[in-house]
Ligand binder design. Structure first.
Ligand code: HSE
Length: 438
């Protein structure tokens, strides 16, 4: 059978990895796909680099739009990143009847609804396994492997850079700033580290997983996003002393009131498997009503791990290339006319447990004042520790873990606690999830 022709846009880390994996495993990939998958065109601003990589096997250009409109190309692989030119290129490729494979989570989190609708109309596939958690086949698992289930919740470590920083802070006592510098030197952090450390990259990925899990449109603008840049070594140590680890989690959950969609630092019991995912590795827990809790672990970034997902999509698209568009797996797992409009919950309505740290004068009645405020709002305390005062200081750190309550209740309690004369500065709040099987 005639080879399927691929146009590769961008030969950075993932693009060159894709080229290498496709070449190295060409024979096995052909046996799986049923025909050869050939990179026929490459577009990159660095023509010389592209020529060197192609070694004469592909047409090289610096005009990506030429690839997106070439009649010889069947699948366009978008690995340029960003949401401006990449969006135009993807829409152009779709308009020209080409299937698209992309690793671009920001693009799909922000413009997924537009792109999937255009693809649906044109009868082409937009595949994006590489957009979430690099090499872990989590899109395939959610969209196909767990299709019997009513998905209840997903909780994932889906940003390797922040996980690396948190591991360094916990294991080596490094400060946030030093651990970030390290991550940048090792090439883990995105070009703009804000996306990694402020939870934006994780929220892009979470947005896509939530859409597939619950059959809802992509709604990145409704995701709550809080990063790790304000975490201190003290909080990591105190959490550890109480049997917890702090991880940046992306959590999406179906509740009676709506869908939770949130990224934030989270205390999780140290004994959970996911709490022991260290360094740049990613892991995602998915709870389905039939299967129970399942976990997916692996490299969330990197040249060949991400290429593994890109090539898997290329094989999938190749297999389905000639199939009737009506009978393909829907982009977001649910049929486009059967999407749900269930709302994303505002954070004030989210229910979870909390870690609170406050600095108080060490004198009689302080704890009574604080616990009275919590009790009046119906918030129950699960554990409490008062640290020894540091020599020469008048204040002591008090750490409390609460049972589950609504975020609006804890926020109200915090403002009342902060107003107490015996409390110095602000109260630190970190959410806590047990992540048990229920
Ligand atoms: N920068 C991301 C991370 C990888 O640190 O996980 C690409 O999404």
């Amino acid at each position: 059978m005639k080879a399927i022709n691929v146009g590769l846009l961008g030969i950075g880390t993932v693009g060159s990895g894709t080229f290498k994996v496709l070449s190295r495993n060409a024979e096995e990939i052909t046996r799986r796909a049923g025909r050869e998958i050939r990179i026929a065109m490459i577009a990159d601003r660095d023509i010389e680099k592209a020529k060197k990589l192609a070694g004469g096997s592909a047409i090289v250009t610096d005009d990506a739009f030429k690839v997106a409109s070439s009649p010889d190309i069947d699948i366009v692989v978008e690995l340029i990143g960003g949401t401006t030119v990449a969006r135009q290129l993807v829409l152009e490729a779709i308009k020209n009847g080409k299937h698209v494979v992309t690793a671009n989570k920001a693009l799909l989190a922000l413009y997924g609804n537009e792109i999937f609708a255009a693809a649906q109309k044109a009868g082409v596939i937009v595949a994006f396994e590489a957009a979430v958690a690099g090499g872990i086949p989590i899109i395939k698992a959610l969209r196909e492997g767990l299709t019997a289930n009513r998905i209840e919740w997903i909780a994932g470590i889906i940003n390797g850079t922040s996980n690396y920083i948190l591991s360094e802070m916990r294991e080596k006592g490094a400060s946030f700033a030093d651990a970030l510098k390290d991550a940048q030197a090792l090439g883990y952090a995105e070009l703009d580290p804000t996306f990694d450390i402020e939870g934006i990259d994780a929220a892009h990925k979470l947005t896509l997983m939530a859409s597939i899990a619950f059959g809802i449109p992509t709604q990145f603008d409704k995701a709550y996003t809080e990063g790790i840049s304000k975490l201190t070594r003290e909080d990591i140590t105190y959490a550890e002393e109480l049997g917890y680890r702090i991880k940046l989690l992306g959590i999406t959950k179906r509740t009676e009131k709506g869908i939770e969609l949130r990224v934030h630092p989270t205390l999780i019991p140290a004994k959970r498997l996911i709490a022991n995912v260290e360094g740049v590795m990613n892991a995602i827990l998915v709870k389905g009503d039939a299967v129970g809790a399942t976990m997916y672990y692996g490299a969330g970034a990197g040249s060949e791990p991400t290429a593994s997902a890109v090539v898997a999509d290329l094989v999938d698209v190749t297999r389905m290339h000639t199939s009737d568009p009506e009978h393909r797996v829907p982009h977001l797992a649910f049929q486009p006319d059967a999407m749900s409009d269930v709302a994303i919950l505002p954070m004030s309505e989210v229910e979870t447990a909390y870690y609170l740290r406050m600095r108080a004068f060490d004198k009689p009645g302080v704890l009574a004042d604080v616990t009275r405020i919590l009790a009046d709002l119906g918030i129950s305390i699960d554990a409490m520790v008062q640290k020894e005062p540091i020599e020469g200081e008048e204040h002591v750190d008090i750490i409390m873990l609460t049972h589950r309550t609504l975020e609006k209740h804890i926020d109200c309690a915090i403002s009342k606690i902060e107003a107490l004369a015996v409390i110095s500065g602000s109260v630190k709040k970190i959410r806590l999830e047990e992540l048990n099987r229920n």
